[in-house]
Design a protein around this ligand. Structure first.
Ligand SMILES: [Fe+2]
Ligand SMILES: [Fe+2]
Length: 495
């Protein structure tokens, strides 16, 4: 098997996919800094009123940055075209570490149908505050918002700003409404589970795989993740399903797509990555049930059979016809997903070579999802923070260090669905992770309260909130708790 693979690998190595680096200083750097400050101010304005000291500080921060840009570039225009941001007409490359916050900004503007923002010379602190509060008060999903904004700016004499309409494209499915987006994401998730079931059962009875359907579904998953990462990551993070194998495959696909997107893999290839995730464990269909579902510890011999699944899977994938360029990537995912970054792991290689980017991504996603959930031979699920910690520790040995960094940033220290205890003695469930890497430990949390023998949904609070008197954070997470111990079904709170 390893030998047969050799040729394909060589060819693939020629067009080796590389992660973007920080080598080149981008002309859009200043724009990125501005958007981050602008977005922080924007978010602040949704929590605090205009006279709050935090708003004062955030506005000053943003203004200073804007003035620097205006001084050097003579203009400050941010544009949104499809999934891209432009700063003074140059496209911004969304690097992994800034990805979440730029994305969040883009979505907020899109929701309000604002496609262009311009700040001009002479802008003052009070002007900027007025502008921000106008912007946050815009109703969502109203196409004519930009006209309303223009009028408001005019009547208030705010001549230093301009806004433009978001250009929509016919072929693009934009779900502006967050409930629609959630529904779409859920549909994709459960359809994918059914597909994996179908495929795995099909493989057992030697049926041909329905690859076209899988490809289409993964394209939908890519669209869903680009528009609303949190619902699909949330679904992947809920760990109380019964059908381990099917859920696991879909979860790996989701983590892989989300990770690949942040690592800079082009959109058109992300669905391949999703498929590689869906089918990485397909070899398990050839492992005897007694071993696969054994509840006790596996013997050494049983382990050696179990370990065959990546080779068996590779064989299944290689025997599929009409996959075209896709097949190399799928083979990589299946063959390499238990190989480590330093080439230890299994299957043992007869020749040393680098693990492909797809293989490294699937390996990471697989490791995380396999450990974080309860399963037959993993009685005590690890808390996600422990696994992320472990991954950081093993970064460079077991895992690609760049990918680990991106992954931890993506999930946050407290991923969606984590049950947490705060310094106020309140309990809560993480319902939205922070886009800001500086405040990665300050997600949004749904508070829980206990009544009639059950935990119930309370208010949703933002842990970035600061107490005006003490000027300290209102709530801080002190530790994570195991939802099973408290009989809490996380899914109910997340969806
Ligand atoms: Fe596996
Ligand atoms: Fe797996």
């Amino acid at each position: 098997m390893v030998e047969r693979r050799g040729e394909g690998i060589k060819q693939e190595a020629l067009k080796e996919e590389k992660l973007p680096t920080d080598r080149d200083h981008l002309p859009t750097q200043m724009g990125v800094e501005f958007i981050i400050r602008f977005y922080r101010l924007f978010k602040g304005a949704t929590i605090y009123d205009q006279k709050n000291f935090i708003i004062e500080r955030l506005t000053q921060d943003c203004l200073q940055n804007a003035q620097e840009i205006l001084k050097s570039d003579k203009q400050l225009i941010i544009k949104i075209v499809r999934d891209n941001l432009f700063f003074n007409n140059i496209r911004i490359q969304m690097k992994a570490d800034k990805y979440a916050i730029l994305r969040a900004f883009l979505l907020e503007m899109r929701k309000r149908w604002i496609g262009e923002l311009e700040l001009m010379e002479g802008v003052k602190i009070e002007d900027l505050k007025d502008f921000i509060y106008l912007l946050i008060k815009l109703e969502e999903n109203v196409e004519s918002n930009y006209l309303y904004m223009k009028k408001q700016l005019e009547t208030r004499g705010l001549k230093v700003f301009n806004v433009g309409k978001l250009e929509a494209y016919k072929d693009e499915e934009i779900y502006v409404d967050s409930e629609d987006r959630k529904r779409y994401s859920k549909e994709v998730y459960f359809k994918s589970i059914n597909l994996v079931k179908e495929v795995m059962e099909g493989v057992k009875s030697q049926k041909m795989l329905n690859t076209r359907k899988a490809k289409r579904l993964m394209q939908n998953a890519v669209n869903a993740i680009i528009q609303d990462e949190s619902t699909l990551l949330g679904l992947a993070n809920i760990k109380n399903y019964d059908d381990y194998t099917f859920n696991h495959s879909v979860n790996v696909a989701i983590y892989a797509i989300a990770l690949g997107q942040r690592a800079g893999i082009p959109k058109k290839h992300l669905s391949h990555l999703g498929m590689a995730g869906l089918f990485h464990d397909i070899g398990k269909t050839r492992i005897p049930k007694e071993i696969l579902n054994k509840s006790g510890k596996l013997t050494a011999e049983e382990w050696s059979v179990m370990r065959l699944h990546s080779l068996l899977g590779t064989e299944i994938v290689m025997n599929m016809k009409d996959w075209g360029e896709l097949s190399t990537r799928l083979v990589d995912g299946t063959f390499e997903h238990h190989l480590k970054y330093d080439l230890t792991g299994y299957p043992r290689l007869t020749r040393k070579k680098k693990i492909s980017l797809y293989g490294r991504i699937i390996a990471l996603a697989d490791f995380y999802d396999a450990l974080v959930r309860p399963r037959v031979y993993n009685r005590f699920p690890f808390v996600s923070e422990k696994i992320l910690g472990f991954m950081l520790e093993r970064s460079g040995k077991d895992f690609d260090p760049v990918l680990v960094k991106i992954f931890v940033n993506m999930l946050g220290i407290f991923p969606l669905g984590t049950l947490v205890l705060m310094n106020t003695n309140e309990m809560g469930i993480v319902v939205q992770t922070s886009e800001d890497t500086d405040l990665i430990d300050r997600p949004k949390v749904c508070l829980l309260y206990y009544s009639d023998g059950d935990y119930r949904k309370g208010e949703i609070v933002d842990l970035r909130e600061v107490d005006e008197r003490t000027r300290d954070f209102r709530r801080t997470i002190v530790k994570t708790l195991d939802p099973n111990e408290y009989n809490i079904n996380v899914a109910e709170f997340l969806m």
